[in-house]
Design a binder for this molecule. Sequence first.
Ligand code: PLP
Length: 420
Amino acid sequence: MTVPLQTRQGLSSSWLADVDLARIVQAVGTPVFVYSAEQLRRNLDRVQAAAAAAGLQDRVELYIPFFPNSNPHLLATCREAGAGILLQVPAEYKLLRTHGFEKFIVSPGHVSDDEIAFWADTGCPTFLSSLDEISYALQANAPLIGARIDSLNSGKPGVKLDELGRLAQLVADYDRDLDCFEVYCGSGNTCDDMIEVIKTLFSMFKKHFPHVQAVNFAGGHGFSYTEWEEDAKHFNWHTYLGALRQIMEDMKIPDHVRFMFEPARDMLADTGALVLSLKRSIISNPVANIVVTDGSRMLMPSAQLRDRRHNVTFLDGRMQEITADEGQWAAIRGRTILRHDYLLPGEYWVPDGVDAESFMAVFDVGVYCATQHMEFLNVPPAAEVLIDETGEANLVTARGDEFDKWRHLLPAKQPLPLSI
Ligand SMILES: Cc1ncc(COP(=O)(O)O)c(C=O)c1O
């Protein structure tokens, strides 16, 4: 069979082409997540340049979500670029403080009173997701009152649209103003969708919360996993922020109101690639053709869950890309016995020449991949390597060793304390 047109591009359209993969694999083995600080810098610069072009550089604030990647060494680039970090749980705050991060906002989901008190003590703007939680923050006299609004009326945490009048009344009852609100509007939206969302948020501002200091547009800015070229993959911030400027003027949004954004996918997805070893030549049986890798679906669980077709390429034992025109379609298996242990949904085009000495790279794994995986059915988690902006490769997360699954197992049974 001859290579289908849409699979022709490969390594050369990624920063990974300039990385000495042979050295990394020799040093830390596979599977390994490789990240590029330079790519993250480019992604942040793209937004900051678009904000400047729209004359909004002093009003646009970026807060990159920590939970979709969670490696402070990679996210250090955000800190250096002046971007803050969006947090979700207290441990993230404690960890990032030890890494020198200071600029945070918090979107914690639904939480206990104790956790609301924790965040109030930090002074970080916190977006609470129900009237009940906001009521507690008001009673506790939290320094800032923030609300997370679910504009889709979905199952995600957030004050629902029908509750906005009650929210405004609740805050007024305590003689306070809402300081800021964050609006969830789904993920993977087009630029046109997101421009419509701007109008929705500004209408909420005008109708219910005209005294907030900041409007938080959250995430949802689309990123294409199936495109190869950078321009085609990324959200068009230039058009988007230009439209924001226009709508802001048309709707007479006051000059002091700041605009927050929490993009994860568009900032982080193409900063990461996953490199796997192949363990055998393709297995062909009456049911399927199978590529056997040393990965597992738990390295990137949302690919299967969301039916996400990440781009991939295959490399030979010397890390040269295999570009043969002939090949076959095959499923990409992980290394456990589990029936559903396929790394990626569907089948992928595998060129002739791929064999037990080969490697495979999966692109755009900088979000919701290493952050979600763990030792899975006794297979240890992968290493993480960061290529810094000088091109130097550093190990930033050690590979779990073969006994990782049992790292907390006690050598002997330990009686529980008798008095509880
Ligand atoms: C509160 C919040 N902010 C930002 C994001 C990032 O969204 P995206 O990856 O669509 O940019 C998410 C994703 O779930 C989120 O829940």
